[in-house]
Design a protein around this ligand. Structure first.
Ligand SMILES: Nc1ncnc2c1ncn2[C@@H]1O[C@H](COP(=O)(O)OP(=O)(O)OP(=O)(O)O)[C@@H](O)[C@H]1O
Length: 461
């Protein structure tokens, strides 16, 4: 691999600076000097060296903060040159410990400096290649995962398949699933795939609005129909004409409004509050709940006739713990998605953090996963996210004992699912990646109950 022979030299006029520059020059490095104030160093990214040297001796403590943010912002690996007395200073030592790849004394031997520089440049080159690869993999997966619905496991393939089928027809859809599993995203995916895609998709949470507002929110009202109705309001159903209306938490819809909704589903007409006119509206209804609606029907809290009207096509979105093999790909996907919020130094997840993510039981499902990753990306002070950054208490991670055979089985299944996922479920490249034959892949798929999906939403059709 060819490494870049350009490097930065950050210095503040110390007497050793000229000597260091000459030394680097004699080792074949083309040196770009950088001096305070560092906030003005806009050319840093433009020149794009892979490695830099910071001469800490002589650097004013006033510039340390600027230097710190410069090192965090840059994409290079940094070597510090500092005498013992400089390193004794707590601020300097923290900067070196957290942001530099190595530290040497100002009288470092030329051969030693040459070796360190080469090593840092090589590593920097590997890191940028790896980042590029991960970027294009993320771009591919988000390109493949339409509507940003990510998932490579059989449970998710089944969901994608159902979404495709349901999108092709126009009947009401009923989505069930725990909170944060992706019910709204599923509704959006159905809309985007349906003939209604060019019209509006609106979502309304029936549990979030007070009873007296929800009727006017859904059906609209005429001017003067009640105190405060100073002008006519078009309701959500009417505003979605031609499109899809997602009614989240449908179980929270008050009983009297259930009658109105049923009437709309039967007649395809609405009446605004205070209005007499029947207005024809063409809207597809997708309803969702995270509670058991059949139980609500039994208890008389939800109308049975409305339940059957809404429940023509059903989709169940699985909880995250039922497609745990997706956690890694989801975690990396969200890491890339929120990468603009992180420091450039943060490169990804440590193995331990990934293990914790896989072992946790995710009561809040994908929404909780997103929140924990975003938190970790802000809290993390290392190049790799550690378990503590995720804020998951270790006691909440189940520790069941398992035999070596069980552990092997789990690892085998995970490796297989991950390789198939990375290779869009193509057996040959997955087999090549895992270093086994195609026959072995088929055998393992059978052993672990993994079927090869026929079609999926995540694959471009
Ligand atoms: N398969 C997925 N791939 C990528 N992102 C997902 C996936 N599923 C859900 N998300 C994301 O997770 C978050 C929660 O999803 P969503 O709001 O659809 O869940 P929900 O089941 O409707 O939640 P609630 O029951 O609380 O209304 C959203 O930010 C959504 O984009």
């Amino acid at each position: 691999m060819e490494v870049d022979a350009r490097c930065w030299l950050v210095e503040d006029g110390a007497k050793g600076a000229r000597h260091l520059e000459a030394l680097l020059g004699s080792l074949g490095w083309k040196v770009h000097r950088l001096s305070p104030p560092f906030s003005e160093c806009g050319e840093l990214d433009a020149i794009g060296c892979g490695v830099g040297v910071v001469l800490l001796d002589g650097l004013s403590s006033l510039h340390l903060g600027q230097l710190e943010s410069l090192l965090i912002r840059s994409q290079c690996l940094w070597l510090a040159v500092a005498s013992d007395s400089t390193i004794d200073n707590a601020d300097n030592s923290r900067l070196v410990a957290t942001l530099c790849h190595g530290v040497v004394a100002p009288d470092v031997a030329s051969a030693d400096l040459g070796c360190l520089m080469k090593h840092a440049a090589f590593l920097s080159c590997l890191q940028s290649q790896d980042a590029e690869r991960r970027h294009s993999a993320a771009a591919m997966s988000s390109d493949a995962a339409e509507y940003e619905m990510v998932g490579t496991t059989p449970a998710m393939w089944t969901l994608f398949q159902t979404i495709r089928k349901v999108a092709a027809v126009d009947a009401p859809v009923f989505i069930s699933g725990e909170s944060g599993t992706g019910k709204e995203l599923t509704a959006q995916a159905i809309h985007e795939r349906s003939p209604r895609a060019s019209a509006a998709f609106h979502a309304i949470n029936c549990g979030a609005l007070p009873d007296h507002l929800i009727q006017s929110e859904l059906f609209g009202h005429e001017k003067g129909s009640f105190t405060g109705a100073v002008q006519r309001k078009i309701g959500r159903i009417e505003a979605t004409d031609g499109g899809t209306l997602f009614l989240d938490e449908i179980g929270d819809l008050p009983l009297e409004l259930q009658v109105n909704l049923l009437r709309f589903l039967e007649t395809r007409c609405i009446q605004r509050v205070g209005g007499l006119e029947d207005i024809a509206v063409d809207v597809r209804i997708i309803a969702a709940t995270h509670v058991n609606l059949e139980k609500a029907v039994e208890q008389g809290r939800f109308r049975e006739d409305l339940f059957h009207r809404l429940n023509v096509l059903q989709i169940k979105v699985p909880p995250l713990r039922e497609h745990q093999e997706d956690i890694e790909i989801l975690a990396r996907y969200f890491f890339e998605r929120f990468s603009s919020e992180k420091s450039t130094r943060l490169k990804g997840f440590s193995r331990e953090a990934m293990l914790v993510l896989r072992q946790y039981h995710w009561p809040g499902n994908i929404r909780e996963l997103i929140n924990r990753i975003r938190r970790a990306m802000v809290m993390c002070e290392n190049p790799l996210i550690q378990p503590d950054d995720l804020g998951i208490e270790r006691r909440k991670i189940p520790r069941h004992s398992m035999s070596l055979d069980q552990a092997r089985d789990i690892a085998e299944r995970e490796a297989l699912v991950a390789a198939l996922g990375r290779n869009k479920h193509k057996v040959l490249p997955a087999a090549q990646e895992l270093g086994v034959s195609r026959v072995t892949i088929y055998r393992l798929m059978e052993k672990h109950g993994l079927s090869r999906p026929q079609a999926c939403l995540a694959a471009k059709s």
